[in-house]
Design a protein around this ligand. Structure first.
Ligand SMILES: Cc1cc2nc3c(=O)[nH]c(=O)nc-3n(C[C@H](O)[C@H](O)[C@H](O)COP(=O)(O)OP(=O)(O)OC[C@H]3O[C@@H](n4cnc5c(N)ncnc54)[C@H](O)[C@@H]3O)c2cc1C
Length: 425
C-alpha cells in the first residue's frame, strides 16, 4: 500500500518512522538504520490524535505501528527491519553458487578481511545477521584507531569499509544469520536462518561477541523497551531531560556514559566493583569525572526491574551495606562484557576454549603437536581453526585483543593463509 504522509515540519528526503519509542520494534528499526548510516527521522507518537493525524493509524495501540515512510512516499505498516531493509535495497541475495571465501560477521574483522580478500581477487561473500559494524558500530567515537586523530564514529568507519569491500566486488548480505555449518569435500556449506545456503572453499568466522545478560527477572520483557544491551546510540537523542543508567565498569560502558551525557539530564554509571575496571582507559575515566552530569557509583548492582509496558524503575543494591534502593528511570544501558558467538560450532567439533572462543594456529598445538582431529601433514596456519580452511579473526578468537585495530589487523592477516589453503586444494 503506497500513500503519502507528510506532517508539518518533517524532512521529506529522510526515511520517517512513526511509533511509540518505548516499543522494541521501534528500537530495532532505529538501531538498524543508525548503524546502517541511513538518515531517518523518528516521529514519537504520544497521543491518539497525533497518531491519527501524523501516522494515519487509529491510535497509539494500532497494530499497524510502527509505520515507515520512505523518501519516495512508500508507506510500510507494521514495519520491521526486514521489510525496511528490503525496501531500501539493503537486502541482497547471494549471486554465486560457490565462493572462494565466505565471511561470517561484518564487524571490523569481517569487513577488513572482505576488503583484503576481494581486492586480491577472491570471490568473497560476507554474511551479517544485523547491520555492518558489529560492536564497533555501537561506538560513538573511536579515538584509538590509527589515521583518525579526532576520532571517528564506529558507524562511519564501518560504512567506509563496507563501501571499500563492495567496490572490490565483495558481496555483503545483511540481516542474514549463519546458523549451521557443514564441512565436506573441502567446502563449507552454511545454512542461513532464512533458509538460504552459502557455499565456499574457505571461511572466516568473525562473529565477535554477544553482550552478557544481567541474569535478573524481566530482562526479556523490557528488552528494547527501556533496557538496552550495548550503547544503543540511536536512543541517545531520545534521552533529553531524563536520568539514565549505564551498567558496567569497562571502556565500552565508559564511552556509552560519556556519549549519553551529551543528551540526558543525568547519567549514573553503576560499577559492580570498587572502582571502574582496569580496561577503562585513563583518559576516558578522567573525562567522565570531569563531566558534571555523570555520577560514577561503585559497588552497585542492579537486582530488579519493573514497569508496566516499559521499564520504569530499577532496584540497585549497595554492595557495601546490602541496602536496596528503587530508582525511577525509563532507560538502562547494560555493557558488562560479552560471550563469543560460537554456538553454531558446538556440534561441529571445532576446538573452543572453556569460554567458547575459537582456538586457532599455535594455540592448537600441544607439546608442538596438532590435535587428534587435525589430519593434514602441515600444522594449522596462524588464525586457522581445528578444521582446515576454516579461519577465525577478531574478538571471537581465543586470546584476541578486544580492540578495533587488532580485529582489523587479524581480518586482513587471515587472507594470505586463505590463499595458501586454497592453493593446496
Ligand atoms: C560500545 C563499544 C565501544 C567500543 N569502543 C572501542 C574503541 O573506542 N576502541 C577500540 O579499539 N575498541 C572498542 N570497542 C571494542 C571493539 O568494538 C571490538 O573489539 C571490535 O568491534 C571487534 O570486532 P569483531 O569484528 O571481531 O567483532 P564484532 O564487532 O563483535 O562483530 C561481529 C559481527 O558478527 C555478527 N554476527 C554474529 N553472529 C553471526 C552469525 N551467526 N551470522 C552472521 N553474523 C553474525 C554480529 O552481528 C556482528 O556484526 C568497543 C566496543 C563496544 C561494545
Amino acid at each position: 500500500m503506497t500513500t503519502e504522509v507528510d506532517p508539518p515540519g518533517a524532512d521529506p528526503d529522510r526515511v520517517r518512522l512513526y511509533g511509540v519509542h518505548t516499543t522494541p520494534d521501534g528500537y530495532a528499526l532505529r538501531d538498524f538504520l543508525s548503524r546502517s548510516t541511513v538518515a531517518f527521522e523518528w516521529i514519537d507518537l504520544s497521543h491518539d490524535d497525533q497518531a491519527r493525524r501524523d501516522a494515519g493509524v487509529d491510535g497509539l495501540d494500532d497494530p499497524r505501528l510502527p509505520v515507515c515512510v520512505l523518501a519516495d512516499g512508500t508507506r510500510l505498516e507494521r514495519a520491521t527491519v526486514q521489510s525496511v531493509a528490503k525496501q531500501l535495497d539493503l537486502l541482497t541475495t547471494a549471486r554465486s553458487r560457490e565462493y572462494d571465501l565466505s565471511i561470517y560477521g561484518a564487524g571490523p574483522a569481517g569487513l577488513s578481511a572482505a576488503v583484503a580478500a576481494a581486492s586480491e581477487g577472491l570471490r568473497t561473500v560476507v554474511v551479517e545477521r544485523e547491520a555492518v559494524g558489529g560492536q564497533a558500530g555501537a561506538s560513538s567515537l573511536i579515538e584509538n584507531f590509527p589515521g583518525f586523530p579526532g576520532g571517528i564514529s564506529g558507524a562511519d568507519l564501518a560504512e567506509r569499509a563496507r563501501q571499500q569491500a563492495a567496490s572490490f566486488g565483495a558481496e555483503i548480505l545483511l540481516v542474514r544469520e549463519g546458523v549451521e555449518a557443514e564441512f565436506h569435500d573441502g567446502r563449507i556449506d552454511v545454512r542461513l536462518a532464512d533458509g538460504g545456503r552459502v557455499r565456499a572453499r574457505a571461511n572466516l568466522c568473525a562473529t565477535g561477541v554477544e553482550y552478557r545478560r544481567l541474569g535478573i527477572d524481566g530482562e526479556e520483557r523490557y528488552l528494547g523497551a527501556g533496557l538496552y544491551y550495548g550503547a544503543a546510540l540511536s536512543e541517545a537523542a531520545l534521552c533529553a531531560d531524563e536520568h539514565v543508567y549505564v551498567v558496567g565498569g569497562g571502556n565500552s560502558a565508559g564511552q556509552a556514559a560519556r556519549h549519553l551525557a551529551a543528551y540526558a539530564a543525568h547519567v549514573t554509571l553503576l560499577v559492580r566493583g570498587e572502582r571502574p575496571a582496569a580496561s577503562m582507559s585513563e583518559y576516558l575515566l578522567s573525562r567522565l569525572r570531569a563531566t558534571p552530569n555523570v555520577t560514577i557509583a561503585t559497588r552497585r548492582q542492579v537486582v530488579g526491574l519493573s514497569g508496566a509496558a516499559c521499564l520504569e524503575r530499577i532496584v540497585v543494591r549497595d554492595g557495601s551495606t546490602g541496602r536496596e534502593r528503587t530508582e525511577p528511570t525509563g532507560r538502562m544501558f547494560v555493557l558488562i562484557g560479552g560471550e563469543p558467538n560460537t554456538e553454531w560450532a558446538r556440534d561441529l567439533g571445532i576446538i573452543r576454549d572453556p569460554g567458547g572462543y575459537l582456538v586457532t594456529g599455535p594455540d592448537l598445538l600441544d607439546a608442538g603437536r596438532p590435535p587428534a582431529v587435525w589430519d593434514l601433514d602441515r600444522d594449522p596456519f596462524y588464525l586457522e581453526t581445528s578444521i582446515p580452511g576454516s579461519f577465525a579473526a577478531g574478538d571471537v578468537r581465543h586470546g584476541s585483543v578486544k580492540r578495533v585495530a587488532s580485529a582489523v589487523g587479524e581480518g586482513s592477516m587471515a587472507i594470505p593463509f586463505v590463499h595458501r589453503h586454497l592453493e593446496s586444494l
